[in-house]
Design a protein around this ligand. Structure first.
Ligand SMILES: [Zn+2]
Length: 64
């Protein structure tokens, strides 16, 4: 879990450095969508990430 947070922070800092001189784009690697929907993602990638989180919750709750 801590590793994930560190990765997110690292990506976030890299993104800030990258976006300092270029237009702000989607956080998803390789995506240059500038129409940000929420949480730094374009609508498409925000949906994918939100879907993954929901899926993880379902899988985690299944075992209990
Ligand atoms: Zn995107």
């Amino acid at each position: 879990m801590k590793k994930k947070i560190a990765t997110v922070l690292f990506i976030g800092m890299a993104a800030i450095q990258l976006t300092a001189c270029i237009a702000f784009t989607c956080k998803e690697q390789g995506c240059d969508e500038t129409d940000i929907y929420e949480d730094g993602y374009c609508k498409y990638h925000y949906g994918i990430n939100a879907g993954e989180e929901a899926l993880k919750d379902i899988i985690n709750n299944w075992g209990n």
